[in-house]
Write a protein that binds this ligand. Sequence first.
Ligand code: ZN
Length: 192
Amino acid sequence: MPLLNDILKFNASFVDNKDYENFITTKKPSAKAVLLTCMDTRLTELSTRALGFKNGDVKVVKNAGATISHPYGSTMRSLLVAIYALGAEEIIIMGHKDCGMGNLDVDSVVKTMKERGITNQTFDIIEHSGINIQNFLGGFSDVTANVKSNIETIYHHPLFDQTVPIHGLVIDPHNGSLEVVQDGYKKLNQLT
Ligand SMILES: [Zn+2]
């Protein structure tokens, strides 16, 4: 795989030239926040730069669709650890327009899997073990509703500290503009 070769070649000079010195920071986020957003390539840098964050300011959790798919999955675990152990005091859930997980065609994904060698028997075994493939791989039709749904999942989590504000945002990957889905401070005021 040429990509790995390129990575290792670059890395050797990166370390030799001490380019890493530009990125030295601490484990604790200086803006005291954790950001959950999408793995979309357009957001690789935009997701933090458009919010005014620089390296070291926030914990960043990324996955397909900025979605908490299970209350005891790795995304929720990351948010809880960020809050309880790594210095985050606020949560930002940021979906984006034109998300690849919006109206994802699961049938098409399954078809591609089968073309690449995953057998019908494997799908049968998975279904019989209680996994619904549509639910497992499925996306969402409305990004704003998805952000709200994620926020509710966190608020209903028994291990969540209800005094932590959760902000909901939707970013436009074309120009970086933000829409506020939920102002976490207002929600906190409603709860108290
Ligand atoms: Zn996305």
